[in-house]
Design a protein around this ligand. Structure first.
Ligand code: C5P
Length: 228
């Protein structure tokens, strides 16, 4: 299991400070989300590598658009030499197929992960939009993504094991909303601890606030890695 640290701080300087504090922590993935990418642009990705060239970069822009635009955007993201990107499974099979087709031409393409149900949804708020059960639909999205050659899905730990059992251990799961040692859940609804993530066979966990809001982020990251 790999740890992805979300760089969701209010300024580039604070994100760089966080990166500096993590630069000697081996095996950490760095997640750049919309906030930082919109504000700091693609050159920020180079600044991450300048802090430690071994950091793996996960660009979490959750693409959702028509197939051609998704393909164009995925190709542009891949040119930035990132290691992982996200799309929405609800963009449909045609869009997911287009993304995977376009990435075939790129040497060392990034892993592509399809978002199923955001972890800020609970069963009720998911039903309001999709008019179907959350778990059933997450599995449907995962099956669709696998059929399209996508590498894995973003889901919560409550669905990860079911996906592994149905689609095999090689199909990756990435689980946000991790509160490693039971910290405050904030706006996240389907939260899980490290132990839950291990039992759910999650391949990647994403941790934001429990690390960057901690007094000593490095110590929290190390404690997580020791417990993986
Ligand atoms: O602070 P926290 O640990 O809740 O941060 C979770 C991170 O994972 C955020 O950057 C959020 O955008 C991202 N994420 C998520 N749920 C998803 C996909 C990504 O929380 N389904």
């Amino acid at each position: 299991m790999k740890l992805c640290v979300a760089l969701d701080l209010p300024s580039k300087e604070e994100n760089l400070e966080l990166l500096e504090s993590l630069k000697d922590v081996e095996g950490v993935w760095i997640k750049v989300g919309l906030r930082s990418f919109i504000r700091d642009g693609s050159t920020f990705l180079e600044e991450i590598k300048a802090v430690n060239p071994l950091f793996k970069v996960f660009l979490d822009l959750k693409l959702y658009d028509i197939p051609n635009t998704m393909g164009d955007s995925a190709e542009s993201i891949a040119m930035l030499n990132v290691d992982m990107l996200t799309i929405h499974a609800s963009s449909g099979k045609e869009a997911m197929l287009e993304v995977m087709e376009r990435l075939k031409t790129i040497p060392n393409p990034p892993l592509v992960m399809a978002v199923t149900a955001l972890t800020s949804f609970n069963k009720e708020s998911f039903f309001e939009i999709y008019h179907t059960g959350l778990e059933t639909q997450v599995l449907e999205f995962a099956k669709m993504a696998k059929e399209c050659g996508v590498n894995g899905v973003v889901c919560s730990c409550s669905e990860s094991l079911m996906i592994k059992e149905q689609l095999g251990d090689d199909f990756l799961t990435l689980t946000p909303a991790i509160r490693p040692f039971g910290e405050n859940s904030g706006d996240q609804k389907r939260v899980a601890t490290l132990q839950d993530a291990k039992e759910a066979k999650s391949d990647f966990i994403v941790v934001g606030r429990p690390i960057y809001e901690a007094e000593n982020p490095k110590r929290v990251a190390e404690a997580i890695l020791q417990n993986l």
